[in-house]
Design a protein around this ligand. Structure first.
Ligand SMILES: Nc1ncnc2c1ncn2[C@@H]1O[C@H](COP(=O)(O)OP(=O)(O)OP(=O)(O)O)[C@@H](O)[C@H]1O
Length: 342
């Protein structure tokens, strides 16, 4: 795969660049910052070691799925494999209609793949529900519940047994107290008793994110959570998410259409082809953390953005061509063994 080789050689040159950047960062560290910096580094190193020996939070191994439409087949995913290690932020990017949400439905156990396995924290979870926390494109808050009660919903509905990572359950009183503290932290303290229609779009997204964050499942799937927001609110929310994630380091799989968002937030990006989707590029994002908005002005960031834009354009053209010949994608199939329209 020429694309993958190109990606890896680019990563190698990026790493040199990062090393130079780290030297610069070390030189500019103020002496009074050193003690807390060292303690934080030691804690981080211990945590990093634990994570590096733990099994991946999520492993997709050769996932394939086709939908059946009447007597024809619509292949949507073809041999998709990817990994999210514990505490990693991984993004999926691909043309519209390539199968990203379908992949989330498979991970969440709503659909069963025709081929391939899903493991979470080392356990086979193919076709099982309830093991992920999920944040959809729309905040999907219940209008009849207060912000606080919406935030607590993920904990109420979480499975109590047979989970990949056994959840720690607190009493209802403790959970409410913790949720209130989080609401304060994200600037929604005054809105704990308010109903969703009184919150702005960004506030609703923060509440939806908290609901996913406070769910006991370790792995979070975020499906284009900022797509409905205006550009400025979206940029604010990206920064907010970066800070929240850097504090909590949950394992995240994130769908986005924005190349810039993927580069800004992720440790790794899987680029999907046009439908049927397969992984065509894997980008190990070379920018150090913590990351801030300024990184989007970095020449290397801009170069990556340009490269990924050309990949996406290529895939989109394939999809457009595919749609012109939509009938050729559909094949006659036997009656059984395939997913139907939901
Ligand atoms: N239940 C279903 N039955 C039949 N076809 C489906 C079903 N769900 C999705 N599809 C088709 O599968 C393809 C992939 O859809 P999916 O929503 O996964 O794409 P996506 O990459 O998430 O798109 P977008 O980026 O626009 O949200 C589309 O052609 C869609 O029409």
């Amino acid at each position: 795969m020429a694309g993958s080789l190109e990606t890896r050689s680019r990563v190698a040159s990026s790493l040199n660049y990062i090393q130079q950047r780290k030297d610069v960062a070390r030189m500019s560290l103020h002496p009074t910052d050193l003690s807390s910096h060292n303690v934080a580094n030691e804690q981080r190193t211990g945590e990093q070691q634990r994570r590096s020996t733990a099994p991946p939070a999520l492993e997709l191994d050769g996932i394939s799925l086709a939908f059946r439409e009447k007597r024809s087949l619509l292949p949507v995913l073809q041999d998709v494999s990817l990994t999210v290690k514990p505490g990693e932020f991984v993004s999926l990017i691909g043309p519209s209609g390539s199968g990203k949400s379908t992949l989330f439905h498979i991970i969440g156990g709503l659909l069963k793949p025709q081929q391939g396995r899903i493991r979470m924290h080392g356990r086979d979870m193919t076709g099982e529900r309830g093991h992920i926390s999920y944040m959809p494109q729309q905040p999907a808050l219940f209008p009849w519940r207060t912000t606080l009660d919406n935030v607590l919903l993920g904990q109420e509905n979480a499975p109590r047994k047979n989970t990949a990572v056994p959840p720690q359950y607190a009493s209802e009183r403790e959970r409410r107290k913790e949720a209130l503290q989080w609401l304060e932290q994200v600037g929604l303290g005054k809105f704990a008793k308010a109903y969703p229609h009184t919150l702005s779009g960004g506030m609703q997204q923060r509440a939806a994110f908290l609901r996913a964050l406070l769910s006991p499942q370790e792995l979070m799937l975020l499906d284009e959570p900022f797509s409905a927001l205006d550009a400025l609110t979206r940029a604010d929310m990206q920064q907010w998410l970066l800070r929240m994630w850097e504090k909590n380091r949950r394992s995240v799989l994130f769908i986005t259409h924005s190349i810039e968002e993927a580069l800004l937030l992720s440790d790794r990006i899987y680029v999907l082809s046009a439908r049927p989707a397969s992984v065509v590029h894997v980008v190990d994002v070379p920018f150090p953390r913590p990351r801030r908005e300024e990184i989007t002005l970095d020449p290397l960031f801009i170069e990556w953005k340009r490269t990924m834009t050309s990949w996406m354009r290529e895939e989109k053209h394939k999809l457009d061509g595919d749609m012109d010949n939509a009938q050729s994608v559909h094949k006659n199939i036997p009656e059984d063994g395939l997913n139907r329209h939901e």
